[in-house]
Design a protein around this ligand. Structure first.
Ligand code: HEM
Length: 446
């Protein structure tokens, strides 16, 4: 029995009985045990943090804003933030250590040889990290799109507010409430579409459904609804929703960003624009309709070069994140410790002066197939690489080639010089107030 129990019973004004003395002793001992465990866990965490900090010392870091914010205020998601990043790239060509507040270190990789161990690792060794809080988490389509845009803005803003890293604080804030609402809109839209289609499939039966679609392409939701694992188990509505949301998010905004930037570049460089126009005119010469066939896409090499160079200069996805599930060895022998979040900077790699001479210059001839350049395949990764690369890249490239070619066939583009284009990397590389182009209709083809 603990000596303090007598005193406690006295303080509580309770009579001293054997049962109470034993019960109080048990409660006090449990409490002590709980506190010891908590303290032990805290000490373990401190030790782990100390060791990690020591292991990260070999990575260079730019001077932080201050000890509390770390580098948080330096790489804001705006034009100034991107310029800061470019300045750092002039000094640090491989890896950059940045601190989000005093406790969260991130290793940013900006060189093809250094992103290789991460992107090349099997999917099991790399987890897409939730640092971006992107839970691919819509009634009318436009509500859905607005909700997606709002979600990406909120996700990015959250990264820059230290106290918003705690869920219990974040969901009490205005931003947190808007995030929940936008998530609900997105979920509601996808769930409705899935449920309607599942119902129709059930009423008609799988065989009749497939028969009706013979000769036509099965759409994505149908493929998912009909999919079964080896035990014959179907995907749940939640599984299908997660896949559909990923496709909608990864496939829509990215392509529109890529297209906007390539049209901007072609408006800025009329000589390249004219060359692209001649190319599409040649392909369509002698045809009645201004339509492209699938095979025509291979006849557009210069347009393809312009798109590729634009995706280099303005990659729609500027960075991707991975959490290392084990130590990762870099080519120079340095180790990124297990548990660390790495940011593979696509923007940084594409603007790394040690990889891309005159990186700021828009030069489609970098991608000239007749004059291949000695570059690592990982020097150019707008669609990422390795086992988790973009599965929509061929589709996106085809889509962009068609839109660029048919737009240039009908219109002449020039930049509206009265409006400045200021970049805004919000998960997707957007602009602060749009890209303004003058669009002049051309006379129809003879
Ligand atoms: C210019 C257009 C596009 C760009 C720049 C782009 C870029 C990317 C990047 C960088 C990733 C890797 C993300 C990561 O590793 O965290 C990715 C993944 C993905 N993309 Fe794209 N994408 C584009 C278009 C599309 C399209 C049109 C689709 C679908 C039709 C699509 C579907 C996907 C999917 C499903 C993933 C996830 C793959 C996985 O997690 O294994 N993307 N995309």
């Amino acid at each position: 029995m603990l000596p303090i129990t007598d005193h406690l019973l006295h303080l509580l004004g309770l009579k001293k009985t054997t049962f109470r003395l034993y019960a109080l002793s048990v409660i006090l001992l449990s409490l002590l045990f709980f506190l010891c465990r908590l303290l032990l866990q805290f000490l373990r965490l401190c030790r782990h943090f100390y060791i990690t900090c020591r292991r990260l010392r070999c990575f260079p870091q730019p001077a932080p804003c201050n000890w509390l914010l770390g580098h948080l205020g330096m790489y804001l998601p705006n034009e100034a933030g991107l310029r800061n990043e470019t300045k750092v790239l002039d000094r640090m060509h491989h890896t950059i250590l940045v601190w989000v507040g005093p406790f969260l270190p991130l290793v940013v990789l900006v060189h093809p040889d250094y992103i290789k161990p991460l992107l090349g690792a099997s999917a099991a060794l790399q987890e897409k990290d939730l640092f971006f809080f992107l839970l691919p988490c819509a009634r009318k389509m436009s509500d859905y799109i607005s909700a997606i845009i709002e979600l990406s803005a909120l996700v990015v803003r959250r990264q820059y507010r230290l106290h918003h890293y705690f869920d219990f604080i974040y969901y009490l804030t205005e931003d947190g409430r808007r995030f929940r609402k936008a998530c609900d809109t997105v979920h509601h839209f996808t769930t409705e579409v899935i449920q309607e289609r599942r119902q129709a499939l059930r009423e008609q039966g799988a065989e009749a459904w497939l028969k009706a679609k013979q000769g036509k392409t099965l759409d994505f939701i149908d493929v998912l609804l009909l999919a079964k694992d080896e035990d014959g188990k179907e995907l749940s509505n939640e599984d299908i929703r997660a896949e559909a949301d990923t496709f909608m998010f990864e496939g829509h905004d990215t392509t529109s960003s890529g297209l906007s930037w390539v049209l901007f570049n072609l408006a800025k460089y009329p000589e390249y624009q004219e060359k692209c126009r001649e190319e599409i005119q040649d392909v369509l010469r002698g045809r009645e309709l201004d339509e492209l066939e699938w095979d025509d896409l291979t006849q557009l090499p210069f347009i393809t070069m312009c798109i590729k160079e634009s995706l280099r200069q303005f990659p729609p996805v500027t960075l991707i994140s991975r959490r290392c599930t084990e130590d990762v060895k870099l080519p120079d022998g340095r180790i990124i410790p297990k548990g660390i979040i790495c940011l593979v900077s696509i923007y940084g790699t594409h603007h790394n002066p040690s990889v891309w001479p005159d990186a700021k210059v828009y030069n489609p001839y970098r991608f000239d197939p007749d004059n291949p350049q000695q570059r690592s395949p990982l020097a150019y990764v707008p669609f990422s690489a390795g086992p988790r690369n973009c599965i929509g890249q061929s589709f996106a490239m085809a889509e962009m080639r068609v839109v660029v070619a048919l737009t240039l066939l009908r219109f002449r583009l020039s930049v509206d010089r009265t409006r400045k284009v200021r970049r805004k990397p919000e998960l997707i590389l957007r602009t602060e107030s749009g890209i303004w182009l003058n669009v002049e209709p051309l006379p129809p083809r003879a």
